[in-house]
Design a protein around this ligand. Structure first.
Ligand code: AMP
Length: 413
């Protein structure tokens, strides 16, 4: 778990703001689920995944309830849907915030990490899949990322998926002891996840495994064709990856992943999502189709660093107030300028003119607003550009107006 300090923290805030801009423009509204849920919310959705079985921060609280810090937010959103039954469908929502997984920490993998994401509940239409994927794509474009690639797959309808999983089981069981021990354990729980293995000895068996496309029903194949047609209509480049399965168990039909171009392959997932059915039902609501994605904030920002886009920028001050007549002038001037919309800081502890000017310089402010004995007597302030340009006097009452007029073009002074 990490501290996010300035100026990096400012970048996090802008990241979420850009995300909100992109998805609000498509009618998504924010939900803020709690960080802590009843353990059952997560065990009911994925008892065959590492995320749920091994990596959860779960504990018994003071009221003897088994609770868990959320490892992801789709389950919480579905729990909220089942609980509140929003009357208007589709329910289009977005979220942002931290999740917790007890994973082995490394670059791009933390035990507390943030995600932004969207979920849409109540509509089963391939064009919605296209909208959801396109919003993720647009968000990366807005960050300035050029090297993100999109891979898509379909897991078919639940029946297709069921028959496919059975075929995989037969296929991998035939490999016997030649499959790695970890994969044999995975096989017993969820044969699909064996396809996720990056371990060398498993690769030959993964390469020769049955393909999901051979198990699609007509409906599933039609749905997936329409999704691909929609992506092509939007000129969004993608690759169909028949072995893409995704970490959580609840997916069906369309699934997708955004991958960064600058990472090791085990860590290149910037985000992903897909369709899920049965999740709302498992959490006590009516049968409801759903689709969504979650994008990893930590990892996407590493991708931004690698690609040199969406940088962290230090806070920019418009003015720094230097007061060598006791400090009360600075109280009044900072308050007045801040109320007028300027970003303003000041010196404290009655330092000398020289020391305060040094602070003004270091602050990166564009202008110093200086009050000394002469200014106080005359009812003026001195405005000194911290870059090129000459300092000048202006009436104390006009400091905000003057700053506004010189801000865009200091040459006017
Ligand atoms: P998931 O919820 O597992 O589908 O993950 C979606 C995205 O969240 C991934 O593509 C990563 O970018 C990010 N993510 C998942 N787990 C972690 C983690 N432990 N640390 C940092 N980012 C993560």
């Amino acid at each position: 778990m990490r501290d996010i300090l300035p100026p990096e923290s400012g970048r996090w805030r802008r990241f979420t703001a850009v995300f909100a801009d992109v998805v609000e423009a498509a009618g998504y509204q924010q939900v803020i689920p709690p960080l802590l849920e009843d353990l059952g919310v997560f065990t009911r959705i994925g008892d065959a995944t590492d995320v749920v079985t091994k990596e959860m921060y779960d504990f018994v609280d003071k009221g003897d309830r088994r609770v868990a810090l959320r490892p992801e937010q789709t389950a919480s959103v579905c729990r909220a849907f089942a609980q509140h039954r929003p009357p208007v469908l589709p329910w289009k929502v977005f979220y942002s915030g931290p999740n917790f997984r007890y994973e082995k920490p490394q670059r791009g993998r933390y035990r507390q990490f943030d995600q932004v994401g969207i979920e849409v509940l109540g509509v089963d239409d391939p064009m919605l899949d296209v909208e959801v994927i396109a919003l993720g794509w647009e968000f990366y474009r807005r960050l300035g990322l050029q090297q993100v690639s999109l891979i898509v797959n379909s897991l078919g309808e639940p029946d297709d998926r069921g028959r496919y999983v059975e075929a995989l089981r037969v296929h991998f069981e035939a490999a016997g002891e030649e499959l790695t021990e970890q994969s044999r354990i995975t096989l017993a729980k969820n044969p699909l996840r064996v396809l996720d293995s990056k371990r060398g000895p498993d690769q030959a068996f993964i390469a020769s495994a049955p393909q999901i496309a051979d198990f699609y029903s007509g409906d599933a194949a039609g749905h997936f064709d329409k999704v691909q047609a929609g992506l092509r209509a939007l000129d969004i480049p993608f690759t169909v990856e028949p072995k893409l399965v995704r970490g959580l168990d609840y997916y069906r039909s369309t699934i997708f992943e955004f991958q960064g171009g600058t990472f090791e392959s085990a860590q290149n997932g910037l985000g992903g999502g897909g369709r899920y059915d049965g999740l709302v039902e498992a959490l006590g609501g009516p049968a409801t189709p759903g689709i969504g994605f979650a994008l990893g904030v930590d990892r996407t920002l590493i991708a931004c660093d690698d690609e040199g886009c969406f940088p962290a920028v230090p806070l920019e001050l418009d003015a720094y107030v230097v007061d060598v007549v006791g400090g009360l002038e600075a109280v009044a001037i900072t308050s007045e300028l801040r109320a007028a919309g300027f970003t303003v800081d000041r010196s404290f502890e009655n330092r000398s003119m020289k020391a305060q000017m040094k602070q003004a310089n270091r602050s990166g402010a564009r202008f110093a607003v200086i009050v000394g004995q002469t200014e106080l007597t005359e009812g003026t302030v001195t405005i000194k550009p911290m870059g090129p340009g000459d300092q000048f006097n202006t009436p104390r009452t006009e400091v905000a107006t003057m700053l506004a007029s010189i801000q865009n073009d200091p040459q006017d002074t």
